[in-house]
Design a protein around this ligand. Sequence first.
Ligand SMILES: [Zn+2]
Length: 98
Amino acid sequence: MKLVFCTECSDIFSLSLNVRSCRCGRVKGRYLDERHAEVNGRGFSIAIDNVSLFKAIGRMGALHAQTREGYEQACQVDCWVRPHDGEGNPHTIVNKGL
Ligand SMILES: [Zn+2]
């Protein structure tokens, strides 16, 4: 899952096939298809590992049904702050015209 973070308004948003922007309008991006995306080069790209997210949701649900203790450690999700394009983010391009 690709997210984009704006350091000006602290908004974080997921991409869709339509252009989305943060609350202040500085950071924009969209999916080009199911795998590729473009962003306007501002802010930071964040990737969340979908497998770890769904595992954490499952663990949290099971733990929440039993107890509210200790779920913070058991429900961690893998995520990365990445460059907008290049080797560290090969399926995203920068389009400053967005
Ligand atoms: Zn913003």
